[in-house]
Design a protein around this ligand. Structure first.
Ligand SMILES: [Zn+2]
Length: 171
């Protein structure tokens, strides 16, 4: 039942509620223009929220994200001076290279995206985590973190830090 176009408002759906922190029954509460899931409502606590798949999937994804964020730190910590804090390389229990993990994440994040409908990156704007954006030279990306006037975006070639909400100076 993963076909995006088949969702209907009010339809029952199994969710992982971020407020209850449990797998629960939810209801489709908002659909995107293409019939994609935008919001769901938890039947238990009644909170509206972004759809999250039930926990085993979510846990897998969280693991990927955690791994990728460590990679991102390495790539974006240039100015941070994390000397001496580099633990020895990630234990190689998995056969996935960091690049492969990132690429997979990017593919998952953008597979249902419509490039023409993604907002074009503009340093004066604000963005939300998970939002898909279009960047002139880097292509499609997904916002992974937003903090302190910057965001980390996952692009095809990896994580990139971009400025956001730069004040507009009017002369
Ligand atoms: Zn809930």
């Amino acid at each position: 039942m993963a076909d995006d176009a088949s969702w209907k408002l009010g339809q029952d759906i199994e969710i992982h509620c971020r407020f209850c922190r449990l797998n629960l029954d939810g209801v489709v509460a908002a659909l995107g223009p293409e019939g994609s899931l935008l919001k769901v409502q938890c039947r238990t606590c009644r909170h509206f929220q972004d759809f999250k798949p039930p926990a085993d999937l979510a846990a897998k994804r969280a693991k990927l994200v955690a791994k990728a964020m460590r990679i991102a730190e390495r790539h974006t910590a240039g100015q941070g001076g994390t000397r001496g804090s580099t633990k020895k390389a990630t234990p190689s229990q998995t056969d996935l290279s960091p690049e492969a993990v990132l690429r997979k994440m990017w593919e998952d994040a953008t597979k249902d995206a419509h490039p023409l409908k993604c907002r074009v990156y503009d340093c004066h704007r604000a963005y939300k985590v998970d939002e898909l954006i279009a960047h002139k030279s880097r292509g499609l990306g997904q916002v992974r973190e937003v903090a302190d006037g910057a965001m980390v975006v996952l692009f095809r070639e990896g994580f990139v830090r971009l400025e956001v909400e730069r004040p507009v100076e009017e002369d």
